[in-house]
Write a protein that binds this ligand. Structure first.
Ligand code: NAP
Length: 457
């Protein structure tokens, strides 16, 4: 497997990275394990907080440089990549501000004696991360676990090696001890070998169902705690009392942000029959106005997809949908640009027997469904093997919340597209995975919640 930056706008190979040898992997595990022991034996939380504050400073000071690296790796719009760097810096602020609270012991109420749960690190984590938010995905797991005292071995996506290295270098520049975050260019066998290693305590993966199942199997075989943040086929439900100005403002970008390559992009738009034509027109109008071009240029509004492989896969999925009865309401035309662009596309008439019905399409494809009732909308939203997020539009909050509670997902957003903030737990149910990242829930995933108990005699 080649770790390469192939710029998806120019198609040029910008840089190739050398694979990690087995010896380098062993050395990295040994270093990380020593660090784990040293942190366990003398806390050093205050030192770790200082490193994270410094990391925030470095991220903010070099946001454009970091953003440019991400844009060259996987094609996202530079302005959005800059926003991603800022968001990572906000994770630093949040976990430093709340570190004492998250790590302080819980006193357990018992009349039988005295009991408390202390919060301890577990050991080395193997993090397997994707390319769609190159810095954010690493930050989401690295920052809280560094605060806890879990060193991390990172295996990032093979198409964004420069971003992974830049993040790891920033952590080093912030003063983190060697072994805190080790970015390695591992093949799949080496990932399995690392997971099975006795010194490794846990595994976190963000990626596809296929990648998640493969890595979870390895984690399960050696009984390693793991979290899986996988794909989604999020519904966007417009209730009969929706504010249509807001719908118009939000719906197109809920699908097109990051060229549609977001796990929580709204992918299935579920609309009442009376509003169906109006909604299609809104989407078509917005989709026809995008400006494709150089993602480094601030005038560009739709970036290329991350790679030729991603574009070919998406085209095959659209072809499959159409072959099985879906109608193209808009788009699906070739784009006359050398980069990996995909024209924003609106599909309708997708029936449950269409194989695409239960597949995630990772790109600018909106599937629009017509329903007669709210109950039908809820049933359709739940008719999915995924359960990551969903969006509900209603001008009555209570109404929206009632509907949200009936959707089998990990996250529901009301009157907006998806959101990710440091204090909001992120994760799904069903084939979208298990476990949570960010917030207090996320930092707890790889903690030893260690009971200390003395009965009354
Ligand atoms: P992917 O193919 O599963 O890759 C994700 C990571 O897993 C990459 O580092 C990949 O390495 C690695 N990987 C895959 N198979 C592996 C194996 N057998 N052993 C070890 N490592 C393995 O996912 P993707 O298609 O690139 O990423 C997009 C997917 O991620 C979408 O489904 C999206 O919805 C999901 N996602 C989920 C969330 C969430 O929070 N739930 C967030 C973002 C993205 P290579 O690159 O070397 O193959």
């Amino acid at each position: 497997m080649a770790y390469q930056t192939v710029n998806p706008y120019t198609n040029e190979v910008e840089k190739t990275f050398k694979n990690t040898s087995d010896e380098e992997l062993e050395q990295s595990l040994a270093t990380a394990h020593q660090l784990y022991l040293s942190w366990r034996n003398n806390d050093q939380l205050e030192e770790r907080k200082k490193v994270i504050l410094k990391l925030a400073e470095i991220l903010r000071a070099h946001r454009k440089d970091f953003a440019t690296i991400m844009t060259k790796d996987m094609g996202k719009l530079l302005s959005k990549a800059e926003g991603e760097v800022d968001l990572c810096a906000s994770f630093c602020d949040y976990y430093v501000a709340h570190a004492d609270q998250f790590l302080s012991p819980d006193v357990i109420a018992t009349t039988s004696g005295r009991a408390k749960v202390i919060k301890q690190s577990l050991g080395i984590l193997v993090a397997v991360e994707p390319w769609n938010f190159p810095f954010y995905q690493i930050a989401r797991v690295f920052i809280p676990n560094f605060i806890v005292g879990n060193p991390m071995i990172l295996k990032d996506a093979s198409n964004c090696p420069a971003s992974a290295q830049a993040f790891a270098d920033a952590v080093k520049d912030a003063g983190a001890p060697e072994g805190s975050l080790t970015n390695l260019f591992l093949n799949y066998d080496q990932v399995s070998k690392a997971i099975a290693d006795q010194r490794v305590a846990g595994v976190c993966l963000t990626g596809s169902e296929r990648g998640g199942a493969a890595v979870a199997k390895e984690a399960g075989a050696s009984l390693k705690k793991n979290t899986m943040e996988l794909g989604g086929n999020d519904a966007f439900i417009i209730l009969d009392d929706a504010d249509w100005n807001l719908v118009e403002q939000v719906a197109p970008s809920a699908r097109l942000y990051n060229a549609g390559q977001v796990c929580t992009s709204s992918k299935r738009f579920i609309v009442l029959a009376k509003d169906y034509d109006r909604f299609l027109k809104i989407m078509k109008n917005a989709f026809s106005k995008v400006k494709m071009g150089d993602p480094l240029d601030s005038a560009t509004t739709l970036a290329p997809l991350s790679s030729k492989k991603a574009k070919d896969k998406l085209q095959a999925q659209v072809d499959l949908a159409v072959k099985n009865g879906a109608k193209v309401y808009y788009g699906n035309q070739p784009v006359d640009l050398p980069g990996q662009f995909f024209m924003p596309t609106i599909l309708t008439n997708i029936t449950p027997d269409n194989p695409i019905f239960d597949q995630e399409m990772f790109g600018p494809i909106a599937s629009v469904y017509k329903v007669d009732t709210e109950e039908e909308a809820i049933a359709l939203a739940n008719n999915s093997s995924y359960g990551l997020g969903n969006t509900i539009f209603s001008s009555n909050y209570k109404h929206a919340e009632r509907v949200a509670a009936q959707i089998e997902t990990g996250m529901s957003w009301i009157n907006d597209g998806w959101a990710s903030l440091p204090e909001l737990p992120f994760g799904g149910v069903k084939h979208s995975g298990y476990g949570r990242e960010l917030s207090g829930y996320g930092i707890e995933e790889f903690m030893n919640k260690h009971l200390i108990y003395e009965p009354r005699h």
